[in-house]
Write a protein that binds this ligand. Structure first.
Ligand SMILES: Cc1cc2nc3c(=O)[nH]c(=O)nc-3n(C[C@H](O)[C@H](O)[C@H](O)COP(=O)(O)O)c2cc1C
Ligand code: SF4
Ligand code: SF4
Length: 303
């Protein structure tokens, strides 16, 4: 074991294989014990300062979550919301929820996750909505999530929107997307500093923003019908990828390999863009998916 580089909240801090590790050589006070999360690794405890939960149907919010984790350092883990049971999360210091904005709101899957989050699990929570712009229209996107968190007495630190490429109806031009990606990295740097310093940073919300968020609450209902419109055209190879990937488990492979779409759709576009042979399409609202598909990786090649 190398020499400890620091004495930190009752633990000796070491760097082993480029990772910060902590060992405890005396019993911790109640305050210290509360500060540490017990992730036991080879008899060492690793302190998890930040837990990032991402809900990212088509990859943008996941990119933001990964970049934020890089910026916050190796005391951070990123978990996909759709595979995480909120009621079974470990106690921690700071929870960051990074979610795609749908119809000026957090998707209903995100709201349900926050509803299931036990009281007192984290000291602080931050919210990052990932939309396609940072105009006033998205300012109120976190409204319902904030309300649930406030009812559970959670302290909200950062509540911000980051703009990333649009993932439905149309693609932004490449120069707009490049500018968005550059700005997103700058935003992440600032958000990361605010989270580390526990700087409360959210702006006042204009009345008109609350109105569009209110109207947007109709979208979760409409999106269920979008799901009923979806079908797999001739050419489906029955690979099952869409069934595995749907965040709502809304797709089933029924008899003779036929693909069936149910009534739980959130209109997230994932199945449409992930299908390797591009055969998933709505019967009527054909203008909603981007015809050439969407993948964030296409825009990150030069980054
Ligand atoms: C059904 C639907 C509704 C959307 N509504 C909004 C919106 O209200 N505001 C916005 O800025 N972007 C909206 N978008 C765009 C995406 O939220 C945005 O491009 C986001 O970066 C996608 O994140 P993801 O790739 O992690 O899913 C919407 C996208 C979809 C599919
Ligand atoms: S991903 Fe496409 S090819 Fe694969 S089962 Fe679904 S519809 Fe068929
Ligand atoms: S059916 Fe497709 S669009 Fe609907 S929630 Fe599932 S993956 Fe998303």
């Amino acid at each position: 074991m190398k020499n400890a580089i620091n004495d930190h909240k009752g633990a000796k801090e070491y760097i082993i294989n480029n990772q910060l590790k902590y060992t405890f050589e005396r019993p911790l006070s109640l305050l210290e014990a509360d500060f540490w999360v017990n992730t036991v690794e080879n008899n060492e405890r690793r302190f998890l300062m930040y837990t990032i939960i991402q809900f990212s149907p088509t990859g943008n919010a996941n990119y933001i979550a990964e970049q934020l984790a890089r910026s916050l350092g190796n005391q951070t883990k990123v978990l996909p919301l759709e595979h995480t049971d909120a009621s079974k999360l470990e106690k921690g210091n700071h929870l960051v929820v990074v979610y795609a904005i749908h119809a000026f709101n957090a998707p209903r899957t995100v709201k349900r996750f926050i509803k299931n989050l036990p009281i007192d699990l984290y000291k602080q929570v931050s919210l990052i909505g990932v939309g396609c712009n940072t105009s006033w229209a998205n300012d109120s996107a976190s409204k319902d999530v904030r309300k649930i968190l406030n009812n559970k007495s959670y302290k909200i630190i950062v509540d911000k929107v980051i703009a990333m490429p649009l993932t439905f109806i149309m693609s932004f031009p490449d120069d707009v997307i490049n500018a968005q990606l550059t700005k997103a990295l700058l935003d992440i740097e600032q958000i990361s500093k605010d989270i580390e310093a526990s700087n409360i940073s959210h702006k006042g919300i204009a009345f008109k923003s609350n109105i569009v968020t209110f109207i947007g609450r109709a979208e979760p209902f409409a999106s269920r019908f979008f799901g009923l419109e979806l079908h797999a055209k001739k050419g489906c190879t029955q690979c099952g990828l869409c069934v595995r990937e749907c965040p709502k488990k809304n797709i089933k492979m029924i008899t003779e390999g036929k693909i069936h779409f149910g009534f739980k759709c959130i209109m997230c576009m994932r199945c449409i863009y992930k299908c390797p042979v591009q055969v998933i399409t709505p019967r009527i609202s054909k203008f909603i998916p981007i015809s050439k598909g969407y993948s964030i990786s296409n825009y990150l090649k030069d980054k």
